[in-house]
Design a protein around this ligand. Sequence first.
Ligand SMILES: NC(=O)c1ccc[n+]([C@@H]2O[C@H](COP(=O)([O-])OP(=O)(O)OC[C@H]3O[C@@H](n4cnc5c(N)ncnc54)[C@H](OP(=O)(O)O)[C@@H]3O)[C@@H](O)[C@H]2O)c1
Length: 307
Amino acid sequence: MRLLITGSSGLLGLNLALDAARSHHVFGVDRNTLASVPFELIKADLLDPDAVHRILDESKPDAVIHCAALANVDTCESNPELAYQINADFPARLADACARRQVRLIHISTDAVFDGQKDGAYIENDLPNPQGAYAQTKLEGERAVIQINPTAIVARVNFYGWSLSGKRSLAEFFINNLSNGKNVNGFTDVLFCPMLVNRLGDVLLVMLERNLRGLYHVVGPQAMSKYQFGVEIARKFGLKESLISPQSVDKSGLNARRSHNLWLSTNKLSTDLGMTLPSFSTGLDEFYTQYQQGYPQKIRSYQQTEP
Ligand SMILES: NC(=O)c1ccc[n+]([C@@H]2O[C@H](COP(=O)([O-])OP(=O)(O)OC[C@H]3O[C@@H](n4cnc5c(N)ncnc54)[C@H](OP(=O)(O)O)[C@@H]3O)[C@@H](O)[C@H]2O)c1
């Protein structure tokens, strides 16, 4: 399969492109961040007016996995217009171009579209109620994609893994700080369903193979608090869990409001795929094995250095 991946320098896009390149012809869209990657690069800023058609013309893909986004919640809050352009307007144009060319599309959305007030797990039919500019623009993006291109898959995700910068994911935040003996806060009142980014990539590719369409929750099958996640990471990596202080997110002083409950049901996905999703502990074991095998350094080596 010829596979076009946007955001190929990002946490999801890079891990996905590296894994997929083992069995597919992968093209990654990059703004000049990557070097020496084992897949083809197409240089493009997605905000350029001709970017949608150029990246499709250059790659002639069978499928696109759209991972690029303005994913920093606080940056979205301070620059909602830019957030709208990247998270809502671009996906709409991409969905239209893919529909016209009969190219399969997976659009990556977020668990954060919900307000977190539900008692229990959210299903795909639950009504979103975004709490800030990031969630609002991501919701507008997913709605536009489904309306314009009903054969597209919209995947609401949450994941962790090793990133290009070494500090993009929550897991890296805990590891970096605890390794340096630093105290950190872990939110006890934010529930989420983290999945190892590489396992998420596998599931997305299976969804494409099985020709799924429409909205899916593609997260880990186990809900936990961010505090508990930090403790699990600390235990696995032999770090001091006592450095993590349990705290309420409401006392964190963060700019954008965070939802308390982002427990998403994956029943629809596992039923339609006829498979059980990888458990949290399986993913965590693999995340640790990656660490032992030097995968974090490998990922960081793809960062372009100044000439
Ligand atoms: N991280 C999570 O746990 C999480 C949770 C829920 C949903 N998501 C969703 O998952 C997807 C991937 O997130 P991520 O964490 O991998 O994001 P990320 O690490 O912040 O990466 C974002 C990617 O988008 C690219 N990008 C942004 N603006 C661009 C532009 N104008 N032109 C070209 N490329 C542009 C970035 O390129 P540069 O490197 O050049 O900036 C980068 O490759 C997003 O849709 C996000 O909303 C993530």
